[in-house]
Design a protein around this ligand. Sequence first.
Ligand SMILES: C[S@@+](CC[C@H](N)C(=O)[O-])C[C@H]1O[C@@H](n2cnc3c(N)ncnc32)[C@H](O)[C@@H]1O
Length: 441
Amino acid sequence: MEGSMVTRGKDFSPRLEALKGWYHSFELPDGTRFDGHDSLDHLRARYARFPVPADLTGRTVLDIGAWDGWFTFEAERRGARVTAVDCVEIENFLVLRERLASQADYRILDFYDLPQAGLAPFDYTFFLGVLYHLKHPLLALEIVCALTKETAIVDSYVIDVEADSADAARIPWMEFYELNELGNQLDNWCGPTLACLEAMCRAAGFARVERLGPIDHGHAALACHRRWEPVPAEPASAPPEMIAVAHARNYGVNFRSRGDEYVDCWFNAPASRTVVRPELRMEIGGYGVPALHVKEETLGRWMANFRLPPGLAAGWQDARLRLRDSDFSRAARLCVDTPPTTSGLTLRAVFDGHSWEESRLRCGGIASFWILGLSGNCDRNNVRVWLNGRRQSVDYVGAPEADHYRQINAMVRADQPLGNCEFAVEYAGVRTSPLHVTVSE
Ligand SMILES: C[S@@+](CC[C@H](N)C(=O)[O-])C[C@H]1O[C@@H](n2cnc3c(N)ncnc32)[C@H](O)[C@@H]1O
């Protein structure tokens, strides 16, 4: 069946036409009024719920889907430097911008072009009434998260009032509108339940999601915070003891900020404590991120995983962990968007990792060697080990020792041909001179 016979919401386009296209209402300093679909009282009430400082001097705001620009001009009136984005140039926005002598940076961009628009992240992002116009809502929230340093206000149509069973007991869900099912508009794509909207905001990478009042005219507003609440003034428990963090898929240290990447974290907690997921507060590169899963591996030693927070800058980033009632652990580090580099490699001897015989390796055994010249972010995924041109898998990369050499262990393949062969290591596009080794059973 094509489309759906069931419809949602009201078609407000005739009303908008009657209002000569004014969606927002305005009252200018000289007393001029423009009456739009959204009344001034309602716009003010919407803004009053936002947990942003009353004085925004020195702060930056991104207003996505600004339409006539009421929220842009209000944030600017409060001192913010505002960038307003819309996919169509709105004549009313230009009129208001001139009448208010606004300095707002007005950009005509499709939402999905935002990551490539060269915009530095903003203190606050207003993402109001846009989500359900987008075909890729979770991707959209990730883009919003990456562009936000403090808090994004996410306001969206939700189906709780109209759907029969948007009850808290069900797994959160979202309706999809192939055609004009919602409000008779072709550019409405999805209607989440409020619980689904909140879950998507957390899954997109926000640390904390706060409801801003009840559902209003079918819309819910959320404050999506990138940072955890402050550490308690008097923490009731000791911080977790950080052991290590690693890429959840490949156990390396390197991450891509534009990928859908996850971080495993191992930590110790007092043996008497049962750690539960909602009390974990990971912070990476200064951004909080909620835990997805936690389990106790051995008594007092835990493993939890987290989404890599969107929008991290390239380079080394600190990852530290706390509990709701504790301070932060020491930091472990991970590396973002940084290719491996070398200015030359020096391969010292290679040994059998069991007998420690030099230049003698065993099929199915371990080749253990020391090498100089690897950049700090070398890991088991970017070091390549070759035996007569056959790739061997790297299992362990040690920390630099006093002489700056690092120990690396590779697994010798069980089917490696026996006899004399050449052992070489490749890193950042550079290959070492080969060492001559003998492979035996
Ligand atoms: C319902 S209005 C919301 C206006 C205002 N933000 C508010 O909440 O009062 C949706 C706005 O999003 C814009 N919009 C819709 N799809 C967009 C896209 N793909 N990229 C950028 N803007 C988009 C529309 O042009 C319109 O200005």
